[in-house]
Design a protein around this ligand. Sequence first.
Ligand code: HEC
Length: 285
Amino acid sequence: MTEIPAHLLKRSRAAKGKGDDDSAPSESTAVTPAAEADAAPAASGPPAIAAAAAAIPADKPAPEAPPEPHYITAAKKRKKIPAWALPLVAAVPLWAISFAGTMQQPVVEDPLFIAAEDTYLVSGGCSGCHGAGGGGGIGYALSDGSLIETFPDPVDQMVHIARGSAAIQGEEYGAERSDGRRQSGSTGAQMPAFETTLDMNHLELVVFHERAVLSGEDTSSPEYQEWMNHIREEYEAGVSEPIDLEFLLRCADPELTPGATGEGSDDEDHPCPGPRPAEEEVAAG
Ligand code: HEC
């Protein structure tokens, strides 16, 4: 016969003693004298342990249901959905589906943004080398501010796009970037010249798209908003002037753009393109 450890027997007896009085004597008769003898030294052990062992069953709460709070009773009595509301509830999934349909990308209706993206993706074909989202490919990535690092001013960017890279092979262009200056042709690929394939309005459109949309440039200043209005108005009026590379080189920064003079515009009605502070336009005239 396997012997039951004495301390367990003692706990069992203690539990029976607390609980059901009737079963206690019948259980205790089953205990062999040997077990009783073994139990004695255990009981003489440290009193704290014995007390703790005896206390365990007593700590358990009696399985007696607490009185139900009144609000639970009320909730049980309440009808879940009133009969009149059932058709409405049934219609919720339909409503959710139709609502979700309106939650997609905000619809861009501004002709400026539409025409700018169209020039980048379709008529200019820039995305073929720079990626639809400006992530780069054959040409550099233009996204996440990278383009703004090369060309802090859009005029220098306009010259680069109009002239392409073959005209400045091996020359450095753009500002000092965290990875150094750009050197034309260093990637082994060529950026085509767009001087004759784009008009001035579409050059400004594509530059706006690359800067504001792809590279995340801040457009909130009044000068920037004015430039955007200018591009939008010319686009809507169908203005199509050829790109004047000589003029752009006068507007561009000689430090960033090979061949630029930085003189600025001498025609008040024909200021250098891009977001320009009002005084500068007046001063240039
Ligand atoms: C055939 C491929 C190709 C196409 C198409 C192309 N590019 Fe490029 N682009 C390049 C390459 C290559 C470079 C690097 C130029 C260099 O090394 O001189 C570049 C450089 C640039 C840069 C300078 C970026 C920087 O941080 O240095 C800009 C801006 C740019 N391209 C804009 C455009 C725009 C706008 C268009 C469309 C109108 C366009 N590209 C179409 C290949 C292309």
